[in-house]
Design a protein around this ligand. Structure first.
Ligand SMILES: [Zn+2]
Length: 134
């Protein structure tokens, strides 16, 4: 097994935050396949690592829903793969606490995606692949 660092920060609507950095074991062979570009294996690793840590992050604080401020019952997870890093494979996440209402979960996921698009300088449907130069 190889330890993959699952790190990031949980924030809620009250500005409570919980930075985390949790070494999580992943089979060496799975990591090798991920780094060879196997997208299915990358998704499996991301899912396994976030699910192994979900309860710990959810119970770290009495989180409030980021949309309606009711007590949160779940975390919306947005893991990003940095499994290829030579300095140490990691997964970066900014889990968003929400209540059980679908509306709150969808609203949070939409605003998270908007933030990612803005950081990337694109909008949905506007993604332009980087040109290859020889
Ligand atoms: Zn809510």
């Amino acid at each position: 097994m190889v330890n993959v660092m699952y790190e990031g920060t949980v924030y809620d609507v009250t500005n409570a935050s919980y930075p985390f950095k949790i070494p999580t074991p992943v089979p060496r062979e799975a990591l090798r396949l991920a780094n060879a570009g196997d997208v299915t294996v990358i998704r499996q690793i991301l899912t396994a690592v976030v699910m192994m840590n979900h309860r710990r992050l959810l119970t770290a604080h009495p989180w409030k829903c980021v949309e309606c401020q009711k007590p949160a019952t779940t975390l919306q997870l947005h893991p990003m793969s940095y499994l290829h890093l030579e300095t140490g494979p990691m997964i970066y996440d900014q889990p968003g606490p929400t209540c059980e209402r679908r509306q709150c979960q969808d609203a949070h996921n939409e605003s998270h995606h908007q933030m990612v698009y803005e950081l990337a300088g694109t909008r949905p449907g506007e993604y332009k692949p980087v040109e290859k130069r020889n």
